[in-house]
Design a protein around this ligand. Structure first.
Ligand code: 13P
Length: 265
């Protein structure tokens, strides 16, 4: 009887946390864009003015050279800016690399770590964990990416793979975001079904607890955004292709649930 009561209270608390978690709509521009794209936040603002989106956070992660110019235009449009990767070290002889502290000093508030396109080039869970820790030390929010391949899904190992990635890639920190991006859904036009997403996000929720945002990524478009963003335990999206066009990024953001109200920006 007592256990049941405790379970009911914990259950409602979990639902409450879920309800108030602010959606995060994050665009990953990957290796696209040029300096002319610094007017994109203004275009976004026209499609979806800041005063109508106080219930959510919008983030754009451009290639590194465009972070600083975008920070200027994004702050007017109340959009956060993030990096797409960082090095584990604060500074040093690492030609071509960028540290989390440098991203922060350029005005970024987030950094994506462990994207599958980087994992495919040899980035391991250990490296992802160190990068997330470096981001945390630099006071920048890591978005830690996980996701299974098609072969892993087809052999029934998706949950085990993702659980293991989380256990090995998340350092001992309290502020981070998880992005679940099934590799086979990235840039392919294929999305996981709502029940596949709900199932995997529930697995992730069990590991990370109720205070961590879990984004879904993989061919999120205006046409499927509402269904994905209203799925249980989905607290936002990480968007590739559709984030390059401000009209479609705004349409996706408009599909986010409106029941969260804490203003973060
Ligand atoms: P697409 O939205 O183009 O499938 O890319 C997803 C992604 O990799 C975001 O990080």
């Amino acid at each position: 009887m007592f256990t049941l009561a405790v379970r009911t209270i914990l259950g409602s608390f979990a639902k409450y946390m879920e309800m108030i978690m602010r959606p995060l709509i994050a665009g990953n521009w990957k290796m696209h864009g040029d300096m002319g794209w610094s007017d994109k936040p203004e275009v976004f603002e026209k499609y979806y003015p800041a005063k109508s989106r106080e219930h959510l956070d919008v983030l754009i992660c451009p290639p590194s050279p465009f972070i600083a110019p975008l920070v200027r235009s994004c702050s007017k449009a109340q959009i956060y800016v993030g990096g797409q990767n960082c090095h584990v070290a604060e500074s040093g002889a690492h030609t071509g690399e960028v540290s989390a502290g440098m991203l922060k000093s350029a005005g970024a508030n987030y950094v994506i770590v462990g994207h599958s396109e980087r994992r495919a080039n040899g980035e391991t869970d250990v490296m992802v964990k160190e990068k997330a820790l470096a981001a945390n030390k630099a006071n920048i929010m890591p978005i830690i990416c996980v996701g299974e391949s098609l072969a892993q899904r087809e052999s029934g190992k998706a949950s085990d793979v993702v659980s293991q990635q989380i256990k090995s890639s998340v350092p001992n920190i309290t502020d981070y975001v998880i992005a679940y991006e099934p590799i086979w859904a990235i840039g392919t036009g294929k999305t996981a079904t709502a029940s596949d997403i709900a199932e995997m996000h529930a697995v992730i929720r069990k590991i990370v607890g109720n205070k961590i945002k879990i984004l879904y990524g993989g061919s999120v478009k205006p046409a499927n955004a509402q269904q994905i963003l209203s799925t249980a335990n989905v607290n936002g999206a990480l968007i590739g292709g559709a984030s390059l066009d401000m009209e479609s990024l705004a349409a996706i953001a408009k599909a986010a649930p409106k029941n969260a109200s804490t203003k973060n920006y």
